[in-house]
Ligand binder design. Structure first.
Ligand code: FAD
Length: 396
């Protein structure tokens, strides 16, 4: 099948989905974004943004907007129970490793910046979700939760770690999701004190990390990571707050105060820390990108950039194949598989950084943070920071 203008249903308007829509529109295709949230969500937890994803942002023409939303973090600090700094790392190590193409910003702000490039030209169905996918010989029919039925040429799942399209077409989450033994919670609160501008402050005790980052507008981001055998969602907001209280009430430092500050929060993100590993990222005319295909987890700190890389490469290979998905989808996978596998392996090595198992592990973590200030030792993390990937030019 070749077509000059493909109708593409994209499930999920997070990072990968709008990025794919951007590149498809540039190639003259007709994407439709289907997002379960009732409206586009901004803000959320802070992400580091660099590497190939950053270079793609430059090609999309959004670098200035990304930097304007970003924070040029100066230092990462590790503090003890009393808030005394045990280890500190200047972030110029990342500046050096990424040639200055590095910033940190709320995930939702990156997503919104990408979405702004397509909002006026791409059909978006908010508050809806695909409930059935039925490939035919010349099209693919989908059913929507709100009762509609539509036909497309291709369907792409860009609906995150717990992808709906993956479940419908490839099988249950348990076939692909690899839990890494930790859970993560994140929340933005108003008016918290103290504030430390451009410093990422972390506090580790065995099996747990609490961290905070000062945001503009008198807000602060809290991040909690903890080891857990239990992966069940405790339920609503109150139950999530109660779970964090159980885990962090005795963790020292500002934890009791942070937990009190959570009482007023109306939104609290809580999820498993997992990777998605699949033998194939496409089946027939259905493909997956972003976390849906190959989540590396927050431990890798590069999921957004890789999601954008997958979106760019999928659109580029479609362009190169004249719209023939039978050529384009395998080519997309072949180009990215080894990069993603390397990133997933590297991410697993950072579990101890987020939630060291023992007191010795916490001590070693602090030693590692101090060591990163020595230019001759930064090579130790260069492999996981640098992408070692030639970004193709598809002429899009
Ligand atoms: C705490 C935390 C910290 C992180 N830190 C970093 C970092 O420092 N750097 C970095 O690059 N990455 C980081 N990541 C990872 C990064 O957030 C993800 O890799 C990235 O957001 C993946 O983009 P995506 O578009 O594939 O998925 P998502 O951003 O998750 O977007 C998926 C979208 O699909 C929608 N959706 C879900 N189900 C359905 C459905 N059934 N129908 C329709 N729509 C649906 C969702 O509402 C969402 O809008 C972090 C992740 C976490 C959790």
């Amino acid at each position: 099948m070749t077509a000059s203008s493909l109708r593409v249903a994209i499930s999920g308007a997070g990072v990968a989905g709008p990025a794919l829509a951007h590149w498809l529109l540039r190639c003259g295709h007709r994407p439709t974004l289907i997002e379960q949230a009732p409206a586009f969500r901004t803000g959320g937890y802070i992400i580091d943004f660099w590497g190939t994803g950053y270079r793609i942002a430059q090609r999309m023409g959004i670098e200035q907007a990304v930097r304007a939303a970003g924070y040029q973090v100066q230092r990462l600090e590790s503090v003890d129970d009393e808030g005394r700094v045990q280890a500190s790392m200047h972030t110029d190590v990342f500046e050096r490793l990424t040639d200055g193409l590095f910033t940190s910003l709320p995930r939702g702000d990156l997503a919104a910046t990408i979405y702004a490039t397509v909002a006026d030209s791409c059909e978006t169905l908010f508050g809806d979700s695909i409930t059935a996918i039925d490939p035919r010989h010349d099209r693919v029919d989908i059913t929507l939760g709100n009762g509609g039925a539509r036909s497309f040429d291709l369907v792409v799942g860009a609906d995150g770690l717990h992808s709906n399209v993956r479940r419908l077409v490839f099988g249950p989450d348990t076939d692909f999701e690899h839990y890494l033994g930790c859970r993560v919670a994140a929340c933005v609160v108003d008016g918290y004190r103290p504030r430390d501008e451009l410093v990422y402050v972390t506090h580790n005790v065995p099996g747990r990390q609490a961290a905070r980052f000062t945001l503009r507008g008198d807000r602060s981001l809290f991040l909690f990571v903890f080891r857990s055998q239990d992966t069940t969602d405790p339920g609503g907001l109150g139950a999530r707050k109660a779970l964090l209280r159980r885990k962090f009430a005795d963790a020292g430092w500002e934890c009791p105060r942070m937990l009190d500050a959570l009482d007023d929060a109306e939104d609290l993100y809580l999820d498993v820390v997992s990777q998605v590993r699949m033998a194939n990222w496409s089946r027939g005319c259905v493909a997956l990108i972003g976390d849906a295909a190959a989540c590396i987890s927050l431990l890798g700190g590069e999921g957004t950039g890789l999601a954008m890389t997958e979106a760019y490469t999928l659109a580029g290979e479609l362009q190169r194949a004249g719209g023939d998905y039978r050529q384009a989808f395998p080519a997309y996978e072949a180009r990215l598989r080894s990069l993603i596998a390397r990133k997933q392996r590297a991410a697993q090595g950072f579990i101890g950084f987020f939630a060291a198992r023992t007191a010795l592990g916490v001590w070693l973590r602090n030693l590692g943070i101090r060591a990163m200030n020595k230019p001759w030792l930064t090579g130790l993390i260069a492999g996981s920071v640098r992408d070692d990937f030639d970004l193709p030019d598809y002429g899009m």
